[in-house]
Design a protein around this ligand. Structure first.
Ligand SMILES: Cc1cc2nc3c(=O)[nH]c(=O)nc-3n(C[C@H](O)[C@H](O)[C@H](O)COP(=O)(O)O)c2cc1C
Length: 356
C-alpha cells in the first residue's frame, strides 16, 4: 500500500493526503509544517491574509519544514454593492452588536481594493511549490505566470462541469468538493443549491470525465474515508474538518470544544448569513435567527465585513451562539491529537484497510 499516485508524484509528497487551506487563522505554520513533515501536503489558507501576512506565514513554514507545502487563495468575485441592502443589513446586525456590548455599531466597510494581484506576487516571489484556489478559475495571464514558475496548480470543483472547465483552463489537479464539506462552497458555474453532489457520487463521475488527477474532499475524517475515496478513483484526498480540533490548529478553543463535544441534535447547515457566500458550519443561534431575515443578504465579501466585529467579539467573549463554526458533516469525528499523530494513524489504518 501507498505506492506513488499521480498526486504524490505531481506534488512531491509521500502520501496523497492534503490538509485543506482554511482561511481565518486555522492553518498555522505549525499545522502546515506538521502535515508536510508527516508526508502529506500542508496548506496555508491565505484567503483573508494581506500580502505581508502571507509572506511572513510562508517564511515561518519554511523555517519548520523543507518539504513541499501549498498556499490557498480565493478567486476574487465581482463585488455587487447596493447601499440600501448594506444599510438595512447593518442596521439589523446592530441587535447582535448590542448583545455583545459592542459600542461601535457601524463598522467601516473597507474599500474593496483588490489584494489578489499582490497575493499572487507573493506566491511567485516566494516560489511556493503548490498553489490551490477556490471560487473559480485562474485568469489566463496568472495561470501562465504560475506555469512558467513551475508552480503546481490545484483548482476546486463542486460539479462535473466545473471540473471539466478547470481541466480545460490548465490546472494540474482538481479537488472534487462534495456537499458534505465544511467551509465555503467553491461553486462558480451554477447556483449553489444545484451543485449539491455528495463526495461519493461527485468523485467517480468527475474521474470518468477528466484526464487529470482528482482529489476527493468533503466528509473524509479518517482512514475509512481515505480508503473509500481512493476506491472511488480519487488519486488523493483533501481534509479540512478533520484537522480543525488538532493541537496545531489555530481554531479558537471554544470552536474546538464545540466540535469535540457535539451536543445532541447538533448539526451542520449551509448558510450565507455570515459571509454572503454559501458555507457549511455548525448551526447556531445566529444562523437560525438570520434565516428569518426579511431582506437581502449582501453578497460576499460585504456581508463578511459587516459581521466581522460580531464574529470576532463573540469569539473573544466565548459566545458560541454568534461565532461562525465552519465544519463539515463529519465533524463529530474530530480528534484532539497532534497533526503528526493524526497523519500517522491515517497512514497506518488506510494501509491496513487495503490489506484486509
Ligand atoms: C474551517 C474551514 C475553512 C475552509 N476554508 C477554505 C479556504 O480558505 N479555501 C478553500 O479552498 N477551502 C476551504 N475550506 C474547504 C476545504 O478546502 C475542503 O473542501 C473541505 O474542508 C473538505 O471537507 P471536510 O471539511 O469535510 O474535510 C474550508 C473548510 C473548513 C472546514
Amino acid at each position: 500500500m501507498w505506492p506513488e499516485t499521480e498526486v504524490t508524484t505531481k506534488l512531491g509528497i509521500r502520501y496523497p493526503i492534503i490538509q485543506a487551506g482554511m482561511a481565518g487563522g486555522v492553518t498555522t505554520p505549525e499545522l502546515v509544517a506538521a502535515v508536510s513533515n508527516a508526508g502529506g501536503l500542508g496548506t496555508l489558507g491565505a484567503g483573508y491574509m494581506s500580502p505581508e501576512e502571507m509572506r511572513k506565514g510562508i517564511q515561518e513554514i519554511r523555517a519548520l519544514t523543507t518539504k513541499p507545502f501549498a498556499v490557498n487563495l480565493f478567486i476574487p468575485q465581482p463585488v455587487v454593492e447596493n447601499p440600501k441592502i448594506i444599510e438595512e443589513m447593518n442596521h439589523h446586525l446592530d441587535f447582535y452588536r448590542q448583545q455583545l456590548h459592542l459600542t461601535k455599531l457601524s463598522p467601516e466597510i473597507p474599500l474593496f481594493l483588490d489584494a489578489f494581484p499582490r497575493q499572487i506576487e507573493v506566491i511567485l516571489s516566494e516560489e511556493v511549490p503548490v498553489f490551490s484556489f477556490t471560487f473559480g478559475a485562474l485568469p489566463q495571464e496568472i495561470l501562465n505566470k504560475m506555469k512558467n514558475a513551475e508552480i503546481t496548480l490545484i483548482g476546486t470543483a463542486t460539479t462535473v462541469e466545473e471540473g471539466v472547465y478547470l481541466e480545460k483552463s490548465g490546472v494540474d489537479l482538481i479537488v472534487a468538493q462534495g456537499w458534505e464539506a465544511g467551509g465555503h462552497r467553491g461553486t462558480f458555474l451554477s447556483p449553489v443549491a444545484e451543485a449539491n453532489l455528495g463526495t461519493m457520487v461527485l468523485v467517480p463521475q468527475l474521474v470518468n470525465k477528466v484526464g487529470i488527477p482528482v482529489i476527493g474532499a468533503g466528509g473524509i475524517m479518517d482512514a475509512r474515508g481515505i480508503a473509500a475515496s481512493l476506491h472511488l478513483g480519487a488519486h488523493g484526498v483533501q481534509m479540512g474538518t478533520a484537522f480543525l480540533a488538532c493541537k496545531e490548529s489555530g481554531a479558537h478553543r471554544t470552536y474546538k470544544e464545540a466540535l469535540l463535544y457535539r451536543k445532541k441534535g447538533e448539526t451542520t447547515e449551509i448558510t450565507s448569513v455570515f459571509s454572503g457566500r454559501a458555507a457549511r458550519g455548525v448551526k447556531n443561534t445566529f444562523m437560525a435567527e438570520m434565516e428569518d431575515y426579511p431582506g437581502q443578504v449582501p453578497a460576499y465579501p460585504i456581508q463578511h465585513y459587516l459581521t466581522a466585529d460580531i464574529r470576532s467579539s463573540a469569539a473573544r467573549q466565548e459566545k458560541i451562539e454568534y461565532m461562525s463554526l465552519w465544519a463539515g458533516q463529519g465533524f463529530s469525528l474530530c480528534q484532539e491529537r497532534t497533526a503528526r499523530e493524526l497523519m500517522k494513524g491515517w497512514v497506518q489504518e488506510t494501509a491496513q484497510l487495503f490489506h484486509t
